[in-house]
Ligand binder design. Structure first.
Ligand code: FES
Length: 278
């Protein structure tokens, strides 16, 4: 959580700095843009071809753009055209931004900031928390303690930090070693399922009466080991690899989601214990 917050704050900071630099560059570019020679030569609004203030002055009936320059004070749209909304502080052929150009640029900088902030927040949300949350390799607890939790919780133990669902695993029920690779060669006595339904992504709760996992969204049902039993899901629940460390700690690897078994996989023979929940 703290890492996500840090990424968001850093991202917003970088975005603001980038927006400020872009705005500064844009303002300097506008302020230092030279006035066309025709305007400096003293012609009227119609004499300056390509001069951006010509049309504005002509529309407002202002005076000549060259008036200010001729006076040696620097031609500006405001000075030359009277009280027409120009900046009036030009010097030596320089002029300030028009109101329209300023608003356009400000809008661009604001849009840049908004897009940058949104992108940063999205990135922070998707970025795996490699220090101890989902997406990391997690040392959960002593395996014996987890088995006790499973027994004390009606046959399963839900582990939110890893988005995992732990159930007991017995290699004797898996004679072909279907899940040996993800249970430390069958050493671990725990199977770790990913809590997300493979149909459309709902969280799958435990049904204590049937002792299956049953999705409330569209009715997919999985046995204790997360193997598909019925419903629209295309396969069994996805899962994670676990290992047992030398000191007995169960290590959960959430950096890789292992695709669930096909519908044909019916390794665990487990009819429902009672009524279904969905
Ligand atoms: S999301 Fe679970 S059955 Fe559709």
């Amino acid at each position: 959580m703290l890492q996500t917050l840090a990424i968001v704050v850093a991202g917003f900071g970088l975005t603001l700095v980038a927006a400020a630099l872009a705005g500064r560059w844009w303002l300097r570019r506008l302020v230092t843009r030279p006035v066309p020679a025709a305007a400096l030569a003293g012609g009227g609004p119609g004499d300056c071809v390509g001069c951006p203030q010509t049309a504005l002055m002509a529309a407002k009936g202002g005076g000549s753009a060259g008036k200010g320059a001729a006076a040696g004070k620097g031609a500006t749209a405001g000075e030359a055209g009277g009280a027409d909304g120009g900046t009036g502080e030009g010097s030596g052929g320089r002029r300030g931004p028009s109101r329209r150009a300023f608003l356009r640029g400000a809008l661009g900088v604001s849009a840049l900031g908004a897009v940058g902030g949104f992108g940063t927040a999205t990135l922070a949300y998707l970025w795996p928390d490699v220090r101890g949350g989902f997406g990391a390799v997690l040392e959960v607890d002593d395996e014996e303690a987890i088995l006790e939790e499973i027994d004390a919780n009606d046959g399963r133990f839900e582990y939110p930090p890893g988005r995992a669902l732990f159930v007991r695993y017995d290699p004797d029920d898996d004679p072909e070693g279907q899940y040996a690779e993800i249970t430390d060669g069958g050493q671990a006595r725990v199977l770790a399922l990913y809590q997300v339904c493979v149909h459309l992504g709902c969280a799958v709760p435990w049904c204590s009466t049937s002792q299956w996992w049953e999705c409330p969204c569209h009715g997919s049902q999985y046995n204790r080991w997360g193997e598909w039993m019925s419903g629209p899901a295309a396969r069994g629940l996805d899962r994670f690899r676990v290992e047992v460390a030398d000191d007995g700690t169960l290590v959960l690897d959430t950096s890789e989601i292992i695709t669930g078994p096909s519908r044909a996989a019916q390794t665990l023979e487990q009819p429902p214990d009672g009524p279904h929940c969905t």
